[in-house]
Write a protein that binds this ligand. Structure first.
Ligand SMILES: NC(=O)c1ccc[n+]([C@@H]2O[C@H](COP(=O)([O-])OP(=O)(O)OC[C@H]3O[C@@H](n4cnc5c(N)ncnc54)[C@H](OP(=O)(O)O)[C@@H]3O)[C@@H](O)[C@H]2O)c1
Length: 483
């Protein structure tokens, strides 16, 4: 049932930061899986680049260890691992120096796709982009892939866009938001635009509200000092959750084409109302369960950064007027779960007496764990006893539907890297989209920073601060349980 694998063009992919955490955990194991599937062909090559003085053999050993650790055992094929490793090279380069670039240039082949993955700190993006051109490593068709965070406010995002634009055209720049590479996120578009069933109901007339939840159980321990400079709003809402909101709220694009899709997403971001302070709840997890609290983990006793945020967002356009979007995300919550829940309105009139059993229809799109979809519908409670109603799920778990083949579904990074090679930008953020998202986010952050607001404490293992419950209760709604 998993679709046929179509090999991508032959490529040379350079990973700057090829020895870093992201490369070891996600990018390189993901590329191995694409090689195993046949999508990356055996004449393509991957070149790691970082400052460390490694030989090709050292780099291959590091990647072999990454595969052993991060690829499920059932997908380890020694002969294929060997063949994959033979496609790897390594060049020592300091992004800020001139050494190593000519070595890299000599490795690049003519007539194959050239892609450069910037898996390094954003402060190095400009240096790398400039040197790729001054040393003649990149060509006019080359693609560059940049990681988040893309700026920390509108001004820094504009500066970053301007820096990259000096060296590369927008059509060459792939800004990764790995949420867009998730199977279910793309399914959101398929469900909306490939079925007649939902689209006629997809508006405020029939949808009461939308909830988007990204809950994590992990703390920020170990990277608290770094996290403390961003917080949940910058780390999750401005990018990932905003993208999810856009895919739910956007108008049908005229075609599944990169700019058509991104134009529609941009219109949604521009239609977002400023958020009122009373529609935002920020939290910080307290100590508990044998672990320190956020303040200890961030190593900042007076930290005012949020590890949790809940907010009510309005999309001011014809389709969504009156249908709020409630977003929440946080660390150290009860369970690790990401989902979008679309709650429909009640039918205008009930012909049944059983008011108690009555529940609204809810379409739940689960991103993790157990990617899938669930439509809550009303049926008659089985058995005698008259016409009593009950709610049941029409449940579709991808893992169950696909069986063993579910393991062959590419993960988000794999899919996105293959899209880069194919030259398909649909699932990447365009520069104007990122800037529009920051233009909406900046005043919200500035407002709480200006007031010096401190987030509310919440107990670990719960669903967040008490006030977040009130955010929904005062609208006579409630959050779905985090479990
Ligand atoms: N890790 C994640 O899960 C994750 C998730 C989303 C986004 N990101 C983003 O992805 C990027 C990389 O993150 P990471 O976690 O992999 O970082 P990391 O573990 O600190 O790795 C950084 C990599 O960059 C190399 N590097 C550092 N300075 C360099 C320089 N001057 N010239 C050339 N190479 C240099 C390092 O190797 P040397 O020290 O040997 O040079 C290393 O390979 C960051 O922008 C991060 O925000 C990471």
């Amino acid at each position: 049932m998993v679709s046929r694998v179509i090999p991508v063009e032959v490529f040379d992919l350079v990973i700057f930061g090829g020895t870093g955490d992201l490369a070891r955990r996600k990018i390189l194991p993901g590329l191995y899986r694409r090689f195993l599937s046949g999508q990356m062909t055996s004449d393509s090559r991957i070149i790691g680049a970082a400052r460390g003085e490694l030989s090709d053999a050292d780099f291959r050993k590091m990647v072999a260890e990454s595969i052993a650790e991060f690829v499920p055992k059932g997908r380890h094929d020694p002969a294929i691992i060997e063949a994959f490793l033979s496609r790897l090279h390594y060049v020592a380069i300091d992004a800020k120096g001139e050494g190593g670039w000519d070595n890299l240039k000599s490795l690049m082949r003519p007539d194959v796709v050239r892609a450069f993955y910037f898996s390094v700190a954003p402060s190095l993006f400009g240096d790398i982009a400039a040197r790729l051109n001054t040393h003649g490593v990149a060509d006019a068709q080359s693609r560059i892939v940049v990681e988040k965070p893309f700026g920390r406010d509108l001004a820094s995002a504009q500066a970053l866009n301007a820096t990259l634009a000096q060296q590369f055209a927008e059509s060459q720049i792939y800004r990764i938001d790995h949420y867009l590479g998730k199977e279910t996120v793309q399914n959101l578009m398929a469900v909306r635009f490939a079925n007649i069933l939902f689209e006629p109901l997809w508006k405020s007339e029939y949808i009461d509200h939308v909830q988007i939840t990204v809950a994590e159980t992990v703390s920020v321990e170990g990277r608290g000092a770094y996290y403390d400079k961003s917080g949940a709003m910058r780390d999750m809402v401005q990018n990932h959750m905003m993208q999810l909101l856009c895919l739910i709220a956007m108008e049908p694009p005229y075609h599944f084409d990169p700019d058509a899709v991104r134009d529609e997403k941009l219109k949604v971001i521009r239609a977002l109302d400023p958020v009122r302070p009373e529609d935002i709840v920020r939290g910080q997890y307290l100590a508990g369960g044998g672990q320190g609290g956020y303040v200890a983990h961030s190593e900042n006793p007076s930290s005012k950064t949020e590890s949790y945020i809940a907010m009510k967002v309005n999309v001011s356009n014809w389709r969504w007027k009156g249908t709020p979007f409630y977003l929440r995300t946080g660390k150290r919550l009860r369970a690790r779960t990401s989902e979008i829940a679309i709650t429909f309105k009640e039918p205008p009139h009930s012909i049944f007496d059983d008011a108690e059993g009555w529940r609204e229809n809810v379409l739940v799109i689960r991103l993790q764990p157990d990617e899938g979809m669930n439509l809550m519908v009303m049926i008659k409670e089985p058995g005698p006893g008259g016409m009593r109603l009950m709610q049941v799920p029409l449940d579709m778990s991808f893992a169950e539907a696909l069986g063993d083949e579910a393991e062959d579904i590419p993960d988000a990074y794999e899919r996105l890297i293959m899209d880069v090679i194919r030259g398909n930008q649909t699932l990447f953020m365009r520069g104007d989209e990122v800037e529009a998202a920051w233009a909406w986010t900046d005043p919200i952050i500035n407002a709480w920073e200006g007031k010096g607001d401190k987030p509310q404490g919440y107990d670990p293992g719960t669903s967040g601060p008490e006030d977040a419950l009130m955010l929904m209760h005062r609208d006579a709604r409630r959050w779905r349980e985090i479990r």
